[in-house]
Write a protein that binds this ligand. Structure first.
Ligand code: CTP
Length: 724
C-alpha cells in the first residue's frame, strides 16, 4: 500500500461519488495522506464532513474557504500531491479539463498540478461513447494524463452499458501500482533485523551503538508496500514503524534478537540483517550498579551470536539471506570476506569513508555485492529511496519471490526503475541456439556436421558483440538454424538460414519475437580443422561475416528495446561488417552480388531516415507490449503500439522500398494481427492500410485484422469500461 504518499482525490458530481468514501478510508488506513477536493456539485452527492472525517483533513470545494475570504491555495495543493486522481470524473469535468477551464478549485488545482493526474470517468453509456467525450479523453491522454478505464455494467440511468466508474478496489489497485509498482512480494514473508542492540553492564549502564534502525524500517516498509508480510525484529531505537504490513518485535539484546529470529526465520523467504548487533556483551551483568573505584575498570566481554552467519549457514532451500557490511578500510575486500564467511546471498556495503558516512545518517550510498561478483552502486540517497533500489536489485537478481522460494521469472529492464547502473556481470550477452540441419546433404558424415555446429556455436556465443555491460537477465536469446541445401564442393555449402530472436516481456512469463527472418542464399565454406579467426574489420570468412552481421542485428534490435537509441551502435557495427565483407578480396559477399538484401539492410540500418524506426520500437515494446498484460493499461498500451506502427509507416514513406521494416513486421506478424484485431473499427482500417503499405506481401494476413471482431484483453486489448 502507498504508505507515506500524498494523494489528492478530486470528486466531481456523479452518483459514483459515494464509492470514493471507501477508497479514502482504505488509502488512509494504508498510510497514505489523502486530501479531498470536491467540485461544487459533488458536495450534493457526498458530504464534506464524511470525507474530512475519513481523510483526517479539511475538505475543500471553493477557491475561497470561508466568509472571511480565506483563499485556498490551489497551486500549493497541486505541488503537495504525488498523484491527483479525479474520481468520479463526469463528462462535464472531463470536458473542462480537456479545454483548460478553471472555474472552480478542482479544475484550478488540476491546471496547476505538476504531479501525474489520473481520471476515472463515470457517465452514462451514450455520453461515454459520444465522439466529443472520446475526443476529450484523447486530448487528455495525449497530454500525459492517465485514464483508469471504466467498466461495463449497470449505470445510474438504469441502462446497462459502458461508462461505469471502476470500483474502489480497482482504483486502489491502480493507485498502488502507479505509485509503487507491482505487488511482487504479495504472499511472501520477510524477516528484517534493525536498530542497535543494548548489552547491559549493570541495571543502569549498557554497551550499544549509534544505529537508528532507519534502514531496516525503510526496507520493511518498502517490502510491505509491495505486499510482503514483514517481521521486523527491532532493537532499542526510537524510530517508529506503523505500517500495517509490518509486525514489529521489540528486543533489547543480541541474544533476544537471536531467539526471536530463530522462531520466525523458517517461515520467511527473505532474511535481511540490517541490525547493528553488538559483537560482544559483558561476560557478567552486575545486578547492582557498578561502583566507581580509584583504579581503572576492566570489562570482560564474551562474543555475541552472529545472526547473519547463523541464518546463512542454515538457509532453507528457498531462502535468500542479505547482510550489511559497515566498513572503514579495505571496504570491498572486507565486505566480500563477510559475504563468503557468513554465506550470504547479498551484502550491502556501506563505507564509513563516504561523506556523512555514519550508521545513523539520513542518506548514504552503498555498493551491493553478490557471490557471483555482480556489483551495483547505488548513489547517495535517503534511506527510503535506497531501500527501494535494494528491493529492485533483489528482484532483478533473483526474480519474483513466491511462497516456496523464488520464481525463475526474472524481471527485466530495472534500469527503467531508476537504478543508477546495471548490475555488472560477465555473462555473455548473446545466448544463441545454433543448429546445423544437414537434411539431404547429411549422409553418413554426422560428425562433420556436429563439429560444424559446435564450432559455429562457440563462435557466435564466444564473441563479445557489444562493449556495453548487460545484466545477466538481459541476456539476449536467439536461434540460428542453418539448413544445408547443397554441398557445392567438399567444403562449400549453399544454405537457407532462419534467424530468430526474442526477449521476455517485462513482468510476464512469455517472450516476444523481435526478429524472425529467413535468408535463403548463403554460400559459405567450412573447413573442419581450420581455426575460425574473426576480425570484425577484416573478413576472411564469408560464413563468419554472415553470422556476425546477424548477431549484430539481433543484439541491436533486442537491445534497442532497453532504451531509446541504445541499439544504434550495434546496428552501425553490423553495417561496417557488411561493408568490410563486401570489400574483402577473398570469399566475401562481393562474390554474391545478387545477395543485395544484406547490403540494403546494412545501408538502411545506418540511414538517418531510420532513426525514428528505433524510437518506434522502443515505444512499441516498452510503452505498449510490456504494459499489455495489465487490464487497466490495455487501452493505453494498444494506443502506443498503434502509434508506433504509425511512426514506422512514416519512416517507410520517407524511405520507401527498404527491407528493414518488412523484415521487422514479418517477425511480429502474429502479434500485430492479434492485438490489432481488438482495435476499434476506425483504428483497424487505418492500421491495415499502413501495414499493407509497408509490407504488401503480407496483405492477406493483415486483412484478417479487419475481419476479426472488437474485444478486449491480453495481446488484443481494447474496449472501454463503464460508470456508476
Ligand atoms: N551481524 C549479525 N550478528 C552479529 C554481528 C553482525 O547479524 N552479531 C550482521 C549485521 O546485521 C550485518 C552483518 O552481520 O548484516 C555485518 O555486520 P558488521 O558489523 O559489518 O560486521 P561484523 O561481522 O560484526 O564484523 P566487524 O564488526 O568486525 O566488521
Amino acid at each position: 500500500m502507498p504508505a507515506g504518499k500524498k494523494i489528492l482525490i478530486g470528486i466531481s458530481g456523479s452518483i459514483a461519488a459515494y464509492k470514493i468514501c471507501s477508497l479514502v478510508r482504505d488509502l488512509v488506513r494504508s498510510g497514505a495522506e489523502v486530501q479531498v477536493v470536491l467540485t461544487p456539485s459533488a458536495a450534493q452527492f457526498v458530504t464534506p464532513l464524511t470525507l474530512s472525517t475519513l481523510s483526517g483533513r479539511p475538505v475543500y470545494t471553493h477557491l475561497v474557504k470561508n466568509e472571511e475570504g480565506e483563499w485556498v491555495n490551489h497551486v500549493a495543493l497541486g505541488l503537495w500531491a504525488d498523484l491527483i486522481i479525479i474520481a468520479p470524473c463526469t463528462a462535464h469535468t472531463l470536458a473542462s479539463m480537456a479545454h483548460g477551464h478553471c472555474d472552480h478549485l478542482l479544475l484550478a488545482t488540476v491546471l496547476s498540478a505538476r504531479c501525474p493526474v489520473a481520471f476515472a470517468p463515470a457517465m452514462d453509456h451514450d455520453m461515454y461513447l459520444h465522439p466529443a467525450t472520446s475526443a476529450n479523453i484523447q486530448t487528455l491522454l495525449e497530454r500525459g494524463y492517465h485514464m483508469i478505464p471504466t467498466e461495463h455494467g449497470e449505470l445510474a440511468s438504469g441502462l446497462v452499458g459502458e461508462g461505469r466508474m471502476a470500483e474502489p478496489e480497482t482504483l486502489l489497485a491502480w493507485i498502488r501500482e502507479f505509485l509503487i509498482g507491482e505487488p511482487l512480494w504479495e504472499g511472501s514473508r520477510v524477516l528484517i533485523t534493525a536498530g542497535p542492540t543494548r548489552e547491559a553492564l549493570d541495571p543502569v549502564r549498557y554497551i550499544s551503538n549509534r544505529s537508528s534502525g532507519r534502514m531496516g524500517i525503510a526496507l520493511a516498509e518498502v517490502l510491505a508496500d509491495r505486499g510482503a508480510h514483514v517481521e521486523l525484529v527491532y532493537g532499542p531505537g526510537d524510530q517508529v514503524c506503523r505500517h500495517p504490513g509490518v509486525r514489529v518485535h521489540r528486543v533489547e539484546t543480541a541474544v533476544q534478537m537471536q531467539e526471536v529470529c530463530r522462531g520466525l526465520s523458517d517461515a520467511c523467504q527473505l532474511l535481511i540483517f540490517a541490525a547493528a548487533v553488538a559483537d560482544y556483551r559483558p561476560a557478567l551483568v552486575s545486578t547492582n550498579k557498578i561502583k566507581k573505584t580509584e583504579g581503572p575498570l576492566t570489562l570482560s566481554l564474551v562474543p555475541n551470536p552472529d545472526l547473519l552467519s547463523e541464518a546463512g549457514h542454515h538457509k532453507n532451500p528457498g531462502q535468500r539471506v542479505v547482510g550489511f557490511a559497515l566498513e572503514s578500510n579495505n571496504e570491498e575486500e572486507n565486505a566480500l570476506t563477510k559475504l563468503k564467511a557468513k554465506k550470504a546471498d547479498m551484502i550491502v556495503l556501506n563505507s564509513l569513508n563516504q561523506e556523512g558516512g555514519a550508521m545513523d545518517a539520513e542518506s548514504m550510498s552503498v555498493r551491493i555485492l553478490t557471490p557471483d561478483h555482480a556489483t551495483l552502486d547505488i548513489p547517495s540517497s535517503p534511506k527510503r529511496q535506497l531501500a527501494e533500489s535494494m528491493v529492485h536489485a533483489m528482484i532483478r537478481l533473483w526474480g519474483r519471490p513466491q511462497n516456496g522460494g523464488w520464481s525463475a521469472l526474472v524481471i527485466l529492464f530495472l534500469v527503467f526503475f531508476g537504478l543508477s547502473q546495471p548490475t555488472r556481470v560477465s555473462a555473455q550477452e548473446l545466448n544463441c541456439q545454433l543448429t546445423i540441419n544437414p537434411g539431404r546433404v547429411g549422409g553418413a558424415d554426422q560428425q562433420f556436421y556436429a563439429n560444424m555446429q559446435q564450432a559455429l556455436t562457440t563462435f557466435v556465443n564466444g564473441q563479445k558483440w557489444t562493449e556495453d555491460v548487460f545484466s545477466f537477465q538481459e541476456r539476449i536469446n536467439c536461434s540460428i538454424n542453418i539448413m544445408l541445401d547443397e554441398r557445392i564442393t567438399g567444403n562449400q555449402f549453399k544454405a537457407t538460414v532462419q534467424i530468430q530472436s526474442s526477449r521476455p516481456v517485462y513482468n510476464s512469463s512469455y517472450s516476444t519475437v523481435l526478429f524472425n527472418y529467413t535468408d535463403p542464399d548463403w554460400i559459405f565454406e567450412f573447413n573442419e580443422f581450420q581455426p575460425m579467426e574473426f576480425n570484425p574489420n577484416q573478413h576472411s570468412s564469408n560464413l563468419l561475416a554472415l553470422l556476425a552481421f546477424y548477431a549484430n542485428i539481433v543484439v541491436g534490435l533486442d537491445y534497442n528495446t532497453f532504451g531509446k537509441e541504445s541499439g544504434m551502435v550495434y546496428l552501425r557495427r553490423a553495417q561496417q561488417i557488411v561493408l568490410n565483407a563486401q570489400n574483402a578480396v577473398e570469399i566475401g559477399w562481393r562474390q554474391n552480388q545478387s545477395l543485395r538484401n544484406r547490403y540494403w539492410l546494412a545501408e538502411l540500418l545506418n540511414n538517418p531516415a531510420y532513426k525514428p524506426f528505433h524510437a518506434s520500437l522502443y515505444e512499441y515494446h516498452r510503452q505498449g507490449l510490456d504494459q499489455m498484460y495489465k487490464p487497466e493499461r490495455i487501452i493505453e498500451a494498444r494506443r502506443k503500439m498503434l502509434g508506433a506502427l504509425e511512426k514506422l509507416h512514416d519512416v517507410n514513406r520517407s524511405k520507401p522500398g527498404g527491407m528493414l521494416i518488412p523484415l521487422y513486421l514479418k517477425g511480429k506478424l502474429p502479434e500485430i494481427v492479434g492485438f490489432c484485431s481488438k482495435a476499434l473499427p476506425a483504428e483497424k482500417a487505418k492500421v491495415v492500410e499502413q501495414l499493407v503499405a509497408m509490407d504488401p506481401i503480407n496483405q492477406a494476413e493483415y486483412n484478417r485484422i479487419n475481419a476479426a471482431g472488437t474485444g478486449s484483453g491480453g495481446i488484443g486489448g481494447g474496449g472501454a469500461g463503464g460508470g456508476k
